[in-house]
Write a new protein. Sequence first.
Length: 333
Amino acid sequence: MNPRYHEVTCNGVVVRPCQPDGEVLRVENLRRAFPGTPPVEALRGVSFTVRAGEIVGLLGDNGAGKTTLLKILSTLLLPSAGGAAVCGADLAGQARRARRHIGVVFGGDRGLYPRLSALDNIVFFGGLSGPHRHLRDRSLAALEEVGLAERAESRVETFSKGMRQRLHLAVGMLNQPCLLMLDEPTIGLDLLEGERVREAVARLAGTGTAVLLTSHYPTDIDRLAGRVVLLESGSVSHDLPVNEFRRQAGFTAEVSLSGPGVAPRDAAELLANASVRIQQDEDGWRLAFQVGAWDADVLARLAEVVRRHPVTDIDVASPGVEAVIRRLAVNRG
């Protein structure tokens, strides 16, 4: 952990996290069951922690328990057993105190007043938790942080979807939370707006805020998360640094080659049938295969393909989070 994260700022007050290592969120054996015959167990003993300045990707299929977990961590739902604490404040027994340290941002267009300006929206939501000194100045600073300072006086109804999402993020950042929970922060955004949101999240984590991020977009997790917590059927199946999580994909890298003309017919033989995939179109060919582990034999075979055939482009990519999810789904099936 970066040594500058021994303290974090909550509501303008420097707070020492509840553990010496900068722990902000602790979830211990969290359980939640809903009435039914039999009862539906949404969470089955979930445990993990999040430290100051850390971005943790919370992943899982629909029905895995992510929404239930976020509602409990937002103090909107009580657990059936177990517990969780933010900056040492128990979410069930000290909910009001805990809320001072929490920011929540949900994806989508709802939750803003379209006929009010961006500044009026953020001042309004910032004032809901009580009177705050310098609220307007802090609101302008939050808008600056997400790149909306120049549109502070513009009505939200004139904003693009991406601008609205960045405004949601500014609202969540306003009170300088110890823990910021982001649910699908880039949903429906184009590439440019999605990147702007990701940059704002990364800057916020750089100030010491802990971030819990859920997203169905693998790019968000690949670009932002330092750790991945994967829920399956209400339980934590994986809690790993993102690089270790990527290794669960079962391969080290995916290599793609492209060139003009007709695709090489001997590629599969040259590459020892390494799951070679070949695409052919009017512009030329593209060949892709996965490398289990780099060694002299793999490099020699790749060099032989390049020696025999005209290659205009080579790309080597590490496995992303999406590849791991696909493999785990296949294994479950």
